[in-house]
Design a binder for this molecule. Structure first.
Ligand code: NAP
Length: 232
């Protein structure tokens, strides 16, 4: 049987890279994408030296032309995708107040973390097989039911919007048998999470990898942490 394929955004480091590594170990055909050619090449070499079948495509999720170019490369090859993982994300420094932060910071975070994921989904959707899966890497900070704790409000709002996209896309794509879910990886030791984070990157990647490889296709329109549904 042909190996399943997965494309992951922002996969040159952190959770994206680890998800690529774990799915590669499960024999997925892995496509890592990122906006920096040098970093992406290094990540590809690391995967290849671990015996993983992978390829790389440059893609800045905050640039429509870059997304179209990346999708065009796969169209030209008639490539079919089974899984799309919208992982790329930013959290800007000094994101402390929705009142006093410059509005362009909020715009930048929303444009990368939400519109980026939506635009990538729109561009790659025609390449996704029936019974394919779209996985959005969100955050507990985007929850509308957890108490607000005051950290990174613009980032949290961007993840709330990503969660809303997830629910509506899941509804829209249910007729195509494509599932769409959002995952909170927990607080993970990466460049973004920092060294005080309690979770290893291996643990943070666990639920997205499970969703991609084991979860039933009927599981859709949900927000998950540790392989369990959590409240939006
Ligand atoms: P990270 O180590 O900072 O990695 C972020 C990745 O996103 C990098 O590869 C980065 O590429 C890429 N990226 C950022 N902007 C991009 C753009 N415009 N185009 C393409 N790639 C872009 O962070 P991480 O912890 O692995 O985060 C991965 C995802 O998990 C994010 O969506 C984050 O919000 C989410 N998350 C993380 C935590 C945590 O505790 N770590 C918790 C909840 C959710 P460059 O190297 O080029 O910057």
């Amino acid at each position: 049987m042909k190996n399943k394929s997965v494309l992951i955004t922002g996969a040159n480091r952190g959770l994206g890279f680890e998800i690529a590594r774990q799915l590669g170990e499960k024999d997925y055909h892995v496509i890592i994408t990122g906006r920096d050619e040098e970093k992406l090449s290094k990540a590809l070499s690391m995967l290849e030296s671990a015996g993983i079948k992978a390829e790389m495509i440059l893609m800045d999720v905050d640039q429509e032309s870059s997304i179209q170019k990346a999708a065009g490369i796969l169209f030209m090859k008639n490539f079919r995708l089974d899984i799309l993982i919208n992982n790329a994300g930013i959290n800007l420094k000094n994101d402390k107040s929705l009142i006093s932060s410059e509005l362009n910071k909020l715009e930048k975070i929303i444009s990368t973390n939400c519109y980026g994921a939506l635009q990538v989904t729109r561009a790659f959707l025609p390449l996704i097989n029936n019974y394919g899966k779209i996985i959005n890497i969100s955050s507990g900070g985007g929850s509308m039911t957890d108490p607000v704790e005051g950290w990174s409000p613009a980032y949290c709002v961007s993840k709330t919007l990503l969660n809303a996209f997830t629910r509506h896309l899941a509804y829209e794509l249910s007729g195509h048998n494509i599932s769409v879910n959002a995952v909170c990886p927990g607080w993970v030791k990466t460049d973004m999470g920092g060294s005080s984070a309690p979770r290893s990157v291996e643990k943070g990647a666990e639920t997205p990898v499970w969703l991609a490889s084991e979860a039933p296709i009927t599981l859709t329109g949900k927000f998950l942490r540790d392989k369990k549904e959590i409240a939006w």
